[in-house]
Design a protein around this ligand. Sequence first.
Ligand SMILES: C[S@@+](CC[C@H](N)C(=O)[O-])C[C@H]1O[C@@H](n2cnc3c(N)ncnc32)[C@H](O)[C@@H]1O
Length: 330
Amino acid sequence: MITNRYHEPVLVAETIELLVRMPGVYVDGTLGGGGHSLAMLRELRRKGFSDESLLIGIDRDDNALREARRKLSSSGGNAVLVKGNFSDISRLVRRVCNEKGLAASAAGILLDLGVSSAQIDTPERGFSYLREGPLDMRMDADSEPSAADLLNTMSESELSTLFFRYGEEPRSRGIARDIVAYRAHHGAVARTEELAAIIRKREFRPDRAIKTLSRVFQALRIAVNHELEALEQALEESASLLCSHGRLAVISYHSLEDRMVKSFFADRSHSDWGPKGVGLREPLKKAAFDVVTRKSVVAGQQELLLNPRARSARLRVLEKQAEGDCGDPK
Ligand SMILES: C[S@@+](CC[C@H](N)C(=O)[O-])C[C@H]1O[C@@H](n2cnc3c(N)ncnc32)[C@H](O)[C@@H]1O
């Protein structure tokens, strides 16, 4: 078994089986440590599609790109890795395809959302309440603001809204009040352990404190990295990049993301038959996509034992109906 110290990818076999079915351009919009990308390249080779295929890997974190470059360097596959935000997936893919003289349409796109284990486990990145470090949380170190910037400049009501909207935290108001009071006494909240202490002071029961800490840290991370806005944009752009029978696979880790993916897939696979009882022979608007995974795919017992991170992972896949020019799945 291959172990990935940077990040153990989840649902690899399930993702590859549903995604890699014909030669063409494959896009990994969340390259991370390159685990899924490597598996895609291997599957393309196994199926004899390597010569007619290209993998484009995207990540906004320089460390991820470095790690993925190292991992994929000996794969022998045809891959181009670029730094960028998947909200910009259309432009990034068009640029690479233009350079390679290929049509900018994708046979498969993967978005494995959220952060990698390496990002969470590095104290200086500030993603985890379990690691002491600066409250940074930026996936792209060149972007702004950091989590500390938000915590120290937002008003009490803005903070409360942030914790409620992105963390679904029921005690958002009280936590926002405590943060503003802490700022008044200490000047600023700068480190993960300071924020964790503020939250623990309000929540005495350890089991409840852990849930609150997770929700507040998640909310800050989502806001710092504009995660939901990026996902909304990426879903739209990815759908339009797909060729005939091309598939979009999304792995999400919390309900806010999963709800967005589910409702986007439902919307794109819905034909409009007009008001009930009219009995049209053709729909007013015909759906251009089919949902491949009626229910989300989740990890099996075996994977859960080896990789606890897979616990919250949900995979959903959407397929573009026949139309374009990239061949039929084999
Ligand atoms: C869960 S990890 C992906 C792990 C990867 N599938 C693997 O096999 O190692 C998510 C990765 O997506 C990146 N990421 C998250 N949001 C992004 C965005 N909007 N644009 C580009 N990369 C993003 C993160 O930096 C992180 O490296």
